[in-house]
Design a protein around this ligand. Structure first.
Ligand code: COA
Length: 374
């Protein structure tokens, strides 16, 4: 068995920023228009009025202050409330592939590798813009990855960690020497921007990670993968029913269940203990305790969630140095969140330091990787 390492990362940041103030102003205008247009039915008790949102609530409930998006005008247009993307011809690079190629190039350059040295590309994200051919194969071609294989996979918010587990095992077993994992998350396209309970949650981004044989690593900041642990447990509390059967079910694309839906409180209550227990058990299986971990790169959905998990792991508050936060700036970027935290906050640590990367989300799904700085 070979030893495997995460040797470099890249992040493509979406081009537009939406502050909470801008978001709430657009949403509230939509809500007022809705209430005016439906005044008679609301007064008659046939329809619930659309309540207004608030910046204070969003910041207190989530810790999110802004998000990056691939399109801003469509989202903030009270008549539209969803991004607007131009359809691309088959000859053009598709949107998710474009994000992934940018993040992938950055990661490969940081690893000191070219596409020609990559054996496999895994495109892992919560949503794919088409069914086939796989986005990953298009990305493979665009990055001039001349050999090997590429495929897409989706484990919602745990897509990146589950893909890393596959990449690490491929490197360990010798199926591949170098694997590129990319996570193009366009969460703005599955978000119900008209729903006050969740309209602030998501942002767009793409992350990329290079997984290689440790003995071949060229990067100055390689992290040996000591172990990975995946877990799933079925729950309806985070769900999106949109799929290829929707048109056969004669669904209205505006049906609420054709976008992201969650029971936020339940998710919070159920996932925090599961995630803390998962990480503790994972570390114990490798002979460590949470207190020996120098840094946790946690899934970035909600600040209070991460603080609670930190307390469960350490028996006290985790500092931002121990569990860095990026969700204030990026919001929830599904599977990419913990990777952005890793990308931004790993080069300052010393050789021998222990780190734990962990995602948690729909499924439920939890994936963790224990890492040691080389
Ligand atoms: N502005 C103002 N008030 C709002 C609001 C908004 N945007 N959204 C909800 N409210 C109101 C609710 O209507 C509710 O009012 P009520 O008490 O009169 O019923 C109150 O604020 C509390 O709402 P609730 O949904 O219970 O808030 P919360 O404290 O649970 O926070 C989340 C909401 C979504 C931030 C939080 O539940 C969460 O982050 N959960 C986990 C999310 C997660 O990890 N999901 C994974 C996604 S992949």
């Amino acid at each position: 068995m070979q030893r495997a390492a995460l040797t470099a990362t890249g992040v493509y940041t979406a081009p537009y920023v939406i502050s909470n103030e801008e978001l709430v102003a657009a949403y509230n205008e939509y809500a007022r228009n809705f209430n005016a247009d439906n005044a008679a039915r609301i007064v008659a008790g046939e329809l619930a009025a659309c309540p207004e949102s608030s910046v204070d609530f969003i910041e207190k409930a989530s810790g999110i202050t802004r998000r990056y998006v691939m399109d801003k005008a469509g989202v903030l247009d009270p008549q539209r409330m969803r991004p607007r993307f131009a359809a691309r011809r088959n000859e053009e690079l598709s949107l998710q592939a474009e994000m992934a190629v940018a993040a992938g190039r950055e990661a490969l350059a940081a690893a000191g590798r070219t596409g020609a040295e990559v054996d496999a590309v895994i495109c892992a994200a919560s949503n794919m813009q088409r069914a086939y051919p796989a986005m990953a194969v298009e990305i493979q071609q665009a990055l001039a990855v001349e050999r090997g294989y590429a495929f897409d996979m989706n484990v919602a918010c745990s897509s990146a960690t589950f893909a890393l587990d596959i990449a690490v095992n491929a490197v360990r077993c010798g199926t591949a020497r170098t694997v590129l994992v990319v996570n193009p998350e366009i969460c703005s396209a599955h978000l119900a921007w008209k729903d006050r309970d969740c309209h602030f949650i998501f942002g767009d981004v793409c992350t990329a990670i290079v997984v290689e044989r440790l003995d071949a690593a060229r990067s100055a900041h390689a992290w040996e993968v000591l172990g990975s642990k995946l877990a799933t447990s079925f729950s309806n509390n985070i769900r999106n029913n949109a799929g290829f059967l929707s048109r056969c079910e004669d669904r209205d694309p505006d049906d609420r269940d054709q976008l992201f839906v969650q029971e936020g409180r339940r998710v919070f209550k159920e996932v925090c203990p599961m995630a803390a227990e998962h990480m503790t058990q994972h570390l114990a299986s490798l002979g460590f305790t949470p207190l020996q971990v120098r840094r946790f790169w946690l899934h970035q959905a909600n600040l209070a969630m991460n603080q609670l998990i930190g307390r469960r792991l350490l028996g006290r508050e985790a500092t931002v140095d121990e569990a860095p936060v990026i969700l204030d700036e990026f919001a929830n970027t599904a599977s990419a969140g913990s990777i952005i935290a890793f990308h931004r906050h790993n080069t300052d640590l010393a050789s021998g330091d222990l780190g734990l990367l962990c995602s948690f989300g729909a499924g439920y799904s939890i994936g963790s990787l224990a890492l040691r700085k080389c």
